[in-house]
Write a new protein. Structure first.
Length: 317
C-alpha cells in the first residue's frame, strides 16, 4: 500500500502559482514546495507541471533545479517526473556510473509489470535517443551483460497461472546446469529468469529447493567478487519478495557512519505510491524502530522533511 497522502481534488493552476511565488524574491520558500508536491499524486504532479509551463513558459523541473540544491533538489526533481521518466533517468544514471549499478537495472526490470517496463523503455528512448537495451549492452560485459540485456528486453506474462510440470522441468534443467556449468556460464538460468512470469518462477524456485535440498540463491553462491552470480541472486530475491529487497536497501542506506542518500531517495520516491507502507512495516519488524524515526535521525533540513512527508509522517518524529 502507498504512504502518499494527497487530496482528491486540487487546483493545478493554484498549485503552480503557489510554487512560482515560493521561488521568486530573495529566498526560496522550500516549506511551501514540500507542502504541495509531497502531497500530490503522479497525475496531479503532471498537471501541475503542465500548468506551470503554460502559465510561465518554463519547465517546473528547470525552475526547481535553479532554486534548490543538494539532496533536496535531486529528490524533489525526481519526484516531479512521471514515473516512467523517473525510472528512465535512474537507469541512465546507473548505467553511466564508473561501475554500472546492476541493482538499479534489476529493480526496474523485475519489480513492476511488463507494461511498466515497456513505458520506461519508451521514455528512455525518447529522452536519450537510444534504447535502454543498447545502453546496457554498451556499458556491461560478459555474463552480466547477457543477464541485464535479457532482463530489460523481457515482456513477462503478468497472469497468475502456473504450469507446475513446466516449473519442475525447468527447475531440473537449472539445477543440472548450476551443478555442472564451467565458470558459471548459466545460459538456461538466464533464459528462465528473464522469460517466465513471476508466479511461474516462484514455483520453479520451490521445485528447485525440493530437488536440490537447498535454495537456488544458496546454490548460486560463488567467489565474493563474482558480480554475475551476485546479480543472479539479486534478481531471484527481487522476484521472490520485492518488499524484503527494498527494506534491505533502505536499511543498508541508513546503517553505518554515512547515509547513502541516492539509495534512500530511490526507494522512498519510487515506492511511495506503490508499497512503501509494507516496506515500513517490515523495517519496523526487523529493526524494532520506525523507518520514519531512522530517516529523521539520519537526514536533515528540507530533504528530511520531504522524505518524511512521502513516508506519511505529518509531524517531526
Amino acid at each position: 500500500m502507498a504512504t502518499l497522502k494527497a487530496p482528491n481534488q486540487v487546483s493545478h493552476v493554484e498549485d503552480a502559482e503557489k510554487i512560482k511565488k515560493a521561488c521568486v524574491g530573495w529566498g526560496t520558500d522550500e516549506k511551501v514546495i514540500v507542502s504541495i508536491l509531497a502531497h500530490r499524486t503522479a497525475t496531479q504532479r503532471k498537471l501541475i507541471r503542465l500548468a506551470y509551463e503554460e502559465i510561465y513558459q518554463q519547465d517546473l523541473i528547470d525552475q526547481l533545479q535553479s532554486e534548490l540544491s543538494g539532496d533536496f533538489e535531486r529528490v524533489i526533481c525526481s519526484w516531479v517526473l512521471d514515473p516512467p521518466q523517473r525510472q528512465a533517468v535512474l537507469a541512465n544514471q546507473a548505467i553511466h556510473k564508473s561501475k554500472p549499478d546492476y541493482r538499479v537495472i534489476a529493480e526496474i526490470a523485475c519489480c513492476d509489470s511488463a507494461e511498466d517496463l515497456l513505458a520506461v523503455k519508451r521514455a528512455y528512448k525518447y529522452k536519450y535517443k537510444r534504447s535502454l537495451e543498447e545502453d546496457v549492452a554498451a556499458h556491461t560485459t560478459g555474463n552480466i551483460r547477457k543477464l541485464l540485456v535479457a532482463l530489460v528486453s523481457s515482456f513477462r506474462y503478468d497472469g497468475s497461472e502456473v504450469n507446475e510440470r513446466l516449473a519442475y522441468r525447468e527447475a531440473t534443467i537449472v539445477h543440472d546446469e548450476i551443478r555442472s556449468a564451467a565458470e558459471y556460464n548459466l545460459e538456461e538460468v538466464i533464459r528462465v529468469l528473464c522469460t517466465r512470469s513471476k508466479p511461474q518462477l516462484i514455483a520453479t524456485f520451490n521445485h528447485y529447493k525440493d530437488i536440490s535440498g537447498t535454495s537456488i540463491t544458496k546454490s548460486l553462491k560463488g567467489e565474493p567478487a563474482n558480480e554475475f552470480l551476485a546479480a543472479c541472486r539479486l534478481v531471484i530475491r527481487i522476484i521472490k519478495n520485492p518488499i524484503k529487497h527494498f527494506e534491505k536497501v533502505v536499511r543498508h542506506a541508513i546503517a553505518g557512519l554515512g547515509t547513502d542518500e541516492d539509495a534512500l531517495s530511490r526507494v522512498i520516491v519510487t515506492r511511495a505510491e506503490k508499497d512503501l507502507k509494507e516496506i515500513k512495516k517490515l523495517y519496523f519488524n526487523k529493526n524494532n524502530a520506525s523507518l520514519e524515526k531512522a530517516v529523521a535521525n539520519d537526514t536533515s533540513g528540507d530533504y528530511r522533511d520531504f522524505l518524511l512527508a512521502l513516508l506519511g509522517a505529518e509531524e517531526s518524529v
